[in-house]
Design a protein around this ligand. Structure first.
Ligand code: URA
Length: 236
């Protein structure tokens, strides 16, 4: 017997924490009965678990995918405006996978997708958050004082950012290109950081997640992670 939320996470429904929320919201049934108790245990071989009326199958195989997301795709399974989603780029993948964190609609670059709810929880938990590196193209010629401000931390309204790694790649009178690595993943964080110092972002690409990078993967293409990369993430 395993805990219901653990079973849900291992089946790729959602992270363990998000699964607990689904249970508390009364969206989960075990053998036809709504269950809202977090202590509930199930036997995946015998019990039928449904989420929003859909039967959840036990997944034995974990799938780990690295996608080079193009701009113009949402990082959710369904979009209220019917815009293309990152899952549209993965038709060949038959297992249901979920994005690890989000990239904005117009942000491109490295996005992980998996059905391993425990790993998702670990990678997105504030305590463990790993460096995410972006290349930001911004309006105007950015001064070194602004780069220093971004480095030491800025107030983006609801949040004061922790120290970031910031390197100027190039600057002309019209625009600047900056490499920035942050640990947190607040909503539109990089865009808001640059807005704060007066340089709106015109293009944003995530190039690295910890030691993982895009290494020659074309925009719109994906690949499975290697065993070494999976072990690296699990051992972080
Ligand atoms: N920061 C942003 O502003 N947008 C993203 O998509 C990722 C990080």
């Amino acid at each position: 017997m395993i805990r219901l939320q653990k079973f849900m996470a291992s089946s790729g429904v959602a992270s363990r924490r998000a699964s607990e929320k689904l249970i508390e919201e009364g969206r989960v049934k075990v053998n036809g009965q709504v269950v809202t108790q977090l202590g509930t245990t199930v036997d995946p071989a015998v019990d039928e678990v449904q989420v929003d009326g859909q039967v959840i199958a036990a997944v034995s195989e974990m799938v780990y995918i690295l996608l080079n997301k193009p701009p113009g795709f949402v990082t959710t399974a369904k979009d209220q405006f019917n815009r293309p989603t990152v899952l549209d780029l993965l038709h060949e993948v038959s297992t249901r996978v979920y994005p690890v964190g989000r990239l904005d609609y117009q942000t491109s670059g490295l996005l992980l997708l998996t059905n391993d709810g425990d790993l998702t929880l670990k990678l997105t938990h504030p305590k463990h958050e790993i460096f995410k590196t972006y290349v930001a193209t911004v309006e105007g010629h950015i001064k070194s004082s602004s780069l220093e401000t971004l480095k030491s931390g800025v107030d983006i309204g609801d949040f004061f950012t922790s120290p970031a790694e910031v390197t100027l790649i190039k600057a002309t009178a019209q625009e600047s290109v900056v490499r920035i690595a942050i640990r947190e993943g607040k909503y539109r964080q990089v865009r808001r950081m640059f807005e704060t110092v007066g340089h709106p972002v015109t293009a944003l690409q995530r190039i690295e997640l910890g030691q993982l990078n895009l290494s020659g993967l074309q925009e719109g293409k994906w690949r499975y992670l290697s065993d070494t990369e999976i072990d690296y993430l699990k051992n972080l």
